[in-house]
Write a protein that binds this ligand. Structure first.
Ligand code: CA
Length: 293
């Protein structure tokens, strides 16, 4: 088992850091602090960072080809102005559901924004959606408790998906030209330790998955073909939420974390909890794609 350690990059003390995405145009990393209604940005070349505030909590965001970003969060999908924090509504497929909001999301290579919702009362009332470039919202499936990690195989013929409270990674056949999930549902990775929740996820050029563990102090690399854990990245924060590779040919994995719920002794053991962390993995990662609408 390969064992790596993540280092602190930005001591941002996020209550719920989430949804990191890499913007290759500006060479910066963006992520959300959901509870704080804040979008953070970090430029590795200069070491600078910035924060903007938004009116609504955002679960995830992707860069937009026309400029700015698209966010998924409370009240559905919004265009997001990254200078002012202004949000323009696109659509909310769950405006009839008061206890759900959008959580993890990311674009496929054709610029569709896939994102799922999470129930704040742990009911299977969430669902998994895509916002197409024509701004139509399609529902893939429902019955979801807490929609989280999304990743693809290196050839994009398989999509991997995590509903955290199912304690597993499931796979479906994915048809990239149409953006449809065409069946073939199977369980590929199982989490036996119920004290840990699989959270955000990304993939690398070798087709392996990197999965953040809420409550697990780590991100692990997995082989979805065998269900085998290949590597452990230790993170000095209990609640590890998500990860993304920076740049198309980079091996740097950036990791978001959450300070949420930590007080007193617990916080003393993880003083940089809620920070942004980084580890060099030795493998090139999957890119962050932009929304084409
Ligand atoms: Ca998440």
């Amino acid at each position: 088992m390969i064992r790596l350690s993540a280092e602190l990059v930005v001591d941002c003390a996020n209550d719920l850091g989430e949804g990191p995405t890499w913007d290759a145009v500006s060479s910066s990393l963006l992520w959300t602090d959901v509870h704080a209604r804040a979008i953070h940005r970090y430029w590795p070349d200069s070491g600078k960072s910035s924060v903007i505030r938004t009116a609504l909590p955002i679960g995830s965001l992707v860069m937009r080809e026309q400029g700015g970003a698209v966010a998924a969060g409370r009240n559905g999908f919004h265009f997001l102005d990254l200078t002012s924090g202004d949000m323009q509504p696109i659509g909310d497929p769950e405006d009839h559901l008061p206890h759900t909001m959008f959580n993890d999301g990311k674009c496929d290579p054709l610029g569709r924004f896939l994102a799922g919702t999470s129930s704040q009362r742990n009911e299977p009332e969430g669902a998994f959606y895509a916002l197409d470039p024509d701004l139509h919202i399609r529902k893939y499936f429902d019955g979801v408790y807490c929609s989280n990690g999304i990743a693809w195989s290196a050839d994009f013929r398989t999509i991997y998906y995590i509903d955290s409270l199912a304690y597993e990674v499931i796979a479906f056949d994915y048809d990239l030209p149409s953006g449809s999930i065409s069946g073939g549902r199977r369980s590929v990775i199982r989490f036996e330790d119920r004290s840990v929740l699989p959270d955000g996820m990304t993939w690398d050029a070798e087709g392996m998955l990197w999965i953040a563990e809420w409550g697990g102090w780590r991100v692990c690399r997995w082989n979805p073909a065998t269900g085998e854990r290949l590597a452990i990245v230790d993170v000095p924060s209990r609640n590890v939420t998500s990860c993304v590779f920076a740049g198309e040919e980079s091996d740097a994995l950036y990791i978001t974390t959450a300070r949420s719920g930590a007080t007193g002794e617990d916080l003393a053991a993880q003083p940089h909890s809620g920070g942004l962390f980084r580890v060099s993995t030795g493998v090139n990662g999957g890119p962050s794609y932009r929304f084409r609408g």
